[in-house]
Write a protein that binds this ligand. Structure first.
Ligand SMILES: [Zn+2]
Length: 262
């Protein structure tokens, strides 16, 4: 698992290794949402993890991608945000300490809003949306009611992102479709490339329309950029680093391999 104290230590570590360290905003409880920048030409790729609290182990993929970018210097700027929801991750940490299973399975932020249904993209219409605060699926009082989702959206616009990757667990499958019309062909081609890059174990899911209000959904609908939600590993939540060891290797070079599409 990966929590805020480790992220804080990583901020120092990767700064010394040459990454620019940016806070894209504060969480509801005032923690920094830290982003690492490896500078290249315009047309950025953003890789994020941990928007769902119990899936914070996905940060290890983003860290590995950051290390790869630092060692190989990308041609386009790459941004890495390992822990979009640091407050939620603290709830999971507490659950692991006390054995409280509902906290171990927490997906939302500290206010009980599921950040990945809080974006302004067909908000509130998802098949699993709920309308009261809790550990998962609560959409919030309105789109972007939460500081974390606002910060991520603002940063994505402001940095001129051309492609985004969002890491979750579990299932070894990925999603890219959100009612694209004009860009359907472009995005399906990139999806096919990702499928080949991640090998046969990944199940590609087309035409999934049950989703709404997600970061990927918002990137596709409002920014018209290709955006992918990738589910790492298999097993019982919350997954441990060992459960995604192979996935870390498979995804290491993905942002760099995708540069040809930005
Ligand atoms: Zn998730």
């Amino acid at each position: 698992m990966y929590f805020y104290d480790e992220l804080s230590a990583d901020a120092d570590k990767y700064f010394k290794l040459g990454a620019n360290v940016i806070s894209i905003g504060k969480s509801g409880e005032g923690r920094d949402i830290i982003c690492f920048e490896v500078k290249g030409r315009d047309g950025a790729i953003i890789s994020t993890a941990g928007i769902h609290a119990r899936e914070c182990v996905s940060a290890y993929v983003v860290k590995r991608q950051l290390e790869y970018a630092l060692a190989h210097r990308p041609s386009h700027t790459q941004y890495f945000i390992p822990l979009v929801n640091p407050d939620g991750a603290e709830i999971v940490k507490e659950g692991l300490r006390t054995g409280d299973r509902s906290k171990q399975l927490w997906k939302a932020n500290a206010a009980g809003v599921d950040l990945n249904v809080n974006f302004d993209a067909n908000w509130g219409t998802g098949s699993q949306n709920v309308f009261s605060s809790g550990g998962e699926n609560y959409v919030g009082t309105k789109p972007f009611s939460e500081r974390e989702s606002r910060a991520l959206a603002e940063f994505t616009k402001q940095c001129g992102a051309k492609l985004t990757l969002s890491y979750h667990t579990a299932g070894r499958e990925f999603y890219w479709y959100f009612f694209q019309t004009e860009h359907y062909r472009r995005d399906s081609e990139i999806a096919a490339f990702i499928e080949r890059s991640l090998k046969y174990r990944y199940k590609r899911i087309d035409g999934d329309c049950s989703s709404a209000g997600g970061y990927k959904d918002w990137c596709v609908q409002k920014l018209n950029i290709p955006s992918f939600t990738i589910e790492l590993g298999n097993g019982r939540h919350p997954l441990d680093r060992g459960d995604i060891a192979e996935d870390i290797e498979l995804n290491e070079k993905l942002p760099s391999r995708l540069e040809k599409y930005v």
